[in-house]
Write a protein that binds this ligand. Structure first.
Ligand code: G
Ligand code: G
Ligand code: MN
Ligand code: NA
Length: 253
């Protein structure tokens, strides 16, 4: 309950901040975008991880106003980078509750209009488990979000229970392979086989594929060899404050 009060205050006092983790094209090694990840600059406890407070925000419903703030901040940043001539995609995590919010399409329409950003710059990440809670509803909602011009990614793929029949019908643009399959990619033949199968599935369905949790050169090279389109992970970069992310992009040849 104390945490709920603190989260409300954090929202009012603007204590949340977005960090940006580079999304990299594996073939050329270029940064093509970023995943926005929320942090809380708690005046009492310092920088706090979303793992500490997103579950409570989700439980209490505060995720709706916090999630709306995230979307606004990410759109503003995406628009600022576009105005600077930077060609970047910005990915934002949608919680289950946000995704199931009956107003989500209307809210996004208005946030997009207010920020002036080209909707194709924004990618919404929906977890496979959230998408599979009510597959028919998800197909409709994702269709409506795509109708706004947004890009859609299925996050943490492989950890939920997608029926391939639904996956085929969900109009997502990107499949993000969960980091649990990447970790032991180089040593566990089963994980390697699963990763190859997901990449093949993405290719068959005409979706782009991104591997999460790339922590070593070996991960990077193996995924490159498997033909995975994009990657993300500590080996390339941790999530960074906006200015540091921007500096990294500007240093690219
Ligand atoms: O960045 P980090 O590894 O600490 O994130 C931990 C978890 O919090 C991840 O599962 C991530 O998806 C989630 N998360 C980070 N930022 C947001 C956000 O803005 N909204 C939601 N719903 N989840 C987020
Ligand atoms: O649930 P989601 O996929 O949105 O979570 C992204 C989370 O993964 C963030 O908390 C981010 O900090 C974390 N992350 C990003 N790259 C790596 C990595 O290379 N290794 C590990 N262990 N975590 C990572
Ligand atoms: Mn994510
Ligand atoms: Na993920």
């Amino acid at each position: 309950l104390q945490l709920q009060q603190d989260l409300r205050r954090a929202l009012e006092q603007q204590e949340f901040v977005l960090y940006y983790q580079p999304l990299v094209e594996l073939a050329g090694g270029r940064v093509v975008g970023a995943e926005a990840l929320i942090r809380w600059r708690d005046p009492q406890h310092g920088l706090r991880s979303p793992a500490e407070f997103i579950p409570y925000a989700e439980e209490s419903g505060l995720i709706l106003p916090i999630g709306a703030w995230v979307l606004q901040a990410a759109c503003r940043q995406a628009q600022a980078w576009a105005a600077q001539g930077l060609d970047l995609q910005v990915a934002v995590n949608l919680s289950t509750r946000q995704f199931q919010d009956p107003e989500i399409v209307a809210k996004l329409r208005s946030i997009l209009a207010n920020s002036g950003v080209d909707p194709c710059r924004l990618e919404l990440e929906i977890t496979e488990s959230a998408a599979m809670l009510d597959p028919e509803a998800s197909i409709r909602t994702i269709g409506a979000l795509k109708g706004l011009g947004l890009q859609i990614a299925i996050d943490d793929f492989g950890t939920g229970y997608s029926s391939l029949n639904y996956l085929k019908r969900i109009p997502a643009d990107v499949i993000k392979i969960d980091q649990s399959f990447v970790r032991d990619l180089a040593t566990d033949p089963d994980d390697a086989a699963i990763v190859r199968a997901i990449i093949g599935l993405a290719q068959t369905l005409g979706r782009r594929c991104l591997a999460e949790g790339i922590e070593t050169a070996e991960h990077f090279q193996t995924l490159q060899r498997f033909g995975c389109d994009y990657g993300q992970g500590y080996w390339m970069s941790r999530p960074l404050p906006a200015a540091e992310f921007e500096a990294l992009v500007l240093e690219q040849p």
